[in-house]
Design a protein around this ligand. Structure first.
Ligand code: NAG
Ligand code: NAG
Ligand code: NAG
Ligand code: NAG
Ligand code: NAG
Ligand code: NAG
Ligand code: NAG
Length: 410
């Protein structure tokens, strides 16, 4: 785990410092281009893979001090990845390989496609292909990262007992939790797309899981997470996107060990702020954007004393009660773009944190410069506001606005 993290940090450092000495791109493997750490064959109408025969000269040209090699094959017409397809690439001195194979028509990956990669670390991007099975080859690789979303997956045997750092998986072709996935250990982040069932009826081996993303599913009942999942004590971030029937209160049905600090529920048609949120007083970050919330009441965020950031954009909110944030003593960032508010919410003038970061949309302030600033002037410590964003015009630097615009308002 540490190895992976370190290595990601190294890449960005090296990209930043070595730009000056990069070789020019050179044509390689027929239609691809090669330079340090990079084989780029994107969008070349490839139907079969190049041979990837690496001469000593080319190996030198591809080498980087962090031993990373990115093989970009996305946006082609590849259908199968045959036996030994990438074996010739082991003639490079790379140790970390990123294979970008998204947006092809791949329906089959041979078990020996990565023969020779023992002891090397692979990240595999296979989004938007035609795989119906999780390729068996992955159970034999050191694979910290796998993205197989956007595939009509029906069989998942290859993921049984696999340990992986970050997994993106598509479940739109199944209606019950795939048995092999119950023994998949995900150390950091799990993405589930399109589960075709209303009830979560299984989960991964979750002891190490930190971050969970669930998108575009039919899920309603998630009580399994708090009632049945083996151990979710590390899980601190949940992101829901466009699960239109989600019942948030189902997460609180059992007093499990869920201890969520970052929660995002977007696109769930929520008519109001779920009252069950108050069962997570440790929330630091809350995103309820793109729902159907019309009002924020004094009760909605009561007791969320750790809350620092709130996103309520893209809701038809037309009122925010004056004491809506009275107990949110750490709240310092509120994003309320595209609401139905007609005037600047005075509840925000009562926030005690500073500096404040507010993001809102201009149209609710017909005379942005005067109306809003006059109200902002009532906030204690307004001058510590960094900037005020007025979306349809350039953002306003607060000190400048106060000094130059406000005096002309009367
Ligand atoms: C690897 O390179 C050799 C030499 O060009 C070639 O004969 C072989 O077919 C290549 N392997 C694959 C799987 O393309
Ligand atoms: C995940 O965690 C387990 C236990 O700490 C460890 O053995 C395994 O190597 C980790 N896997 C990855 C991909 O980081
Ligand atoms: C749950 O997992 C955490 C982190 O791995 C561990 O410290 C804790 O002992 C586990 N709890 C139970 C009840 O197994
Ligand atoms: C989950 O736990 C609940 C309550 O503890 C129990 O009634 C239910 O049968 C369990 N469901 C599954 C699928 O194990
Ligand atoms: C969960 O915990 C809360 C507070 O400790 C308690 O009021 C509630 O009755 C508990 N619910 C269940 C189902 O155990
Ligand atoms: C907002 O939510 C709806 C309903 O889930 C979804 O269809 C739409 O794509 C979302 N909009 C954005 C910008 O995410
Ligand atoms: C601003 O601060 C002053 C002095 O600390 C206090 O008397 C006043 O009530 C505060 N105003 C608001 C709107 O919080």
């Amino acid at each position: 785990m540490t190895g992976v993290t370190l290595y990601l940090i190294q890449i960005s450092a090296i990209c930043a410092v070595s730009q000056g000495f990069l070789f020019d791109d050179q044509v390689c493997f027929e239609s691809c281009s090669c330079r340090r750490g990079n084989i780029d064959c994107r969008n070349k109408n490839l139907v079969v893979l190049p041979s990837f025969y690496v001469t000593t000269g080319l190996a030198n040209q591809l080498a980087t001090s962090d031993r990373v090699l990115m093989i970009k094959l996305n946006d082609n017409h590849l259908k199968t990845i045959p036996s030994h397809a990438f074996t010739n690439l082991t003639a490079t001195d790379a140790r970390y390989f990123y294979f970008y194979l998204s947006d092809n028509q791949i329906s089959e990956i041979d078990e020996s496609a990565f023969a020779g990669f023992e002891g090397r670390v692979i990240q595999l991007f296979l989004t938007n292909n035609r795989l119906t099975s999780v390729p068996g080859v992955i159970s034999r690789l050191t694979l910290p990262y796998l993205d197989i979303s956007g595939n009509p997956l029906r069989t998942f045997g290859a993921l049984a007992d696999v340990s992986i750092y970050e997994l993106h998986v598509e479940l739109s072709s199944v209606t019950t939790w795939p048995q092999p996935l119950t023994s998949t250990r995900v150390n950091k982040t799990l993405y589930i797309d399109g589960y075709n069932s209303e009830t979560l009826d299984g989960f991964i081996e979750s002891e190490q899981l930190v971050s969970l993303h669930i998108s575009e599913t039919k899920l309603v009942d998630l009580s399994y997470l708090s009632c049945n999942a083996t151990n979710v004590s590390m899980l601190s971030e949940i992101y829901f996107r466009n699960n239109e029937k989600l019942d948030v209160s189902s997460l609180h049905l059992c007093n499990g060990s869920l201890n969520i600090r970052r929660l995002s529920i977007r696109g769930a048609h929520l008519p109001s702020v779920p009252s069950s949120l108050r069962m997570w007083p440790e929330l630091v970050n809350l995103d309820l954007s793109n729902n159907s919330i019309t009002a924020l009441t004094d009760e909605n965020f009561k007791g969320l004393s750790q809350l620092e950031e709130l996103y309520i954009s893209q809701n038809p909110i037309n009122s925010i009660s004056l004491d809506a944030f009275a107990t949110n003593v750490k709240l310092n960032s509120v994003h309320f773009q595209q609401t139905a508010l007609a005037t600047f919410p005075l509840a925000l003038t009562r926030l005690v944190s500073s500096p404040l970061n507010l993001a809102f949309t201009y149209p609710m302030y017909v005379q942005c410069e005067c109306d809003v600033l006059t109200q902002l002037a009532q906030i204690n410590g307004t001058r510590t506001l960094g900037r005020v964003y007025c979306i349809t015009q350039s953002s306003v630097d607060v000190l400048e606005a106060f000094d130059k615009i406000l005096p002309k308002c009367h």
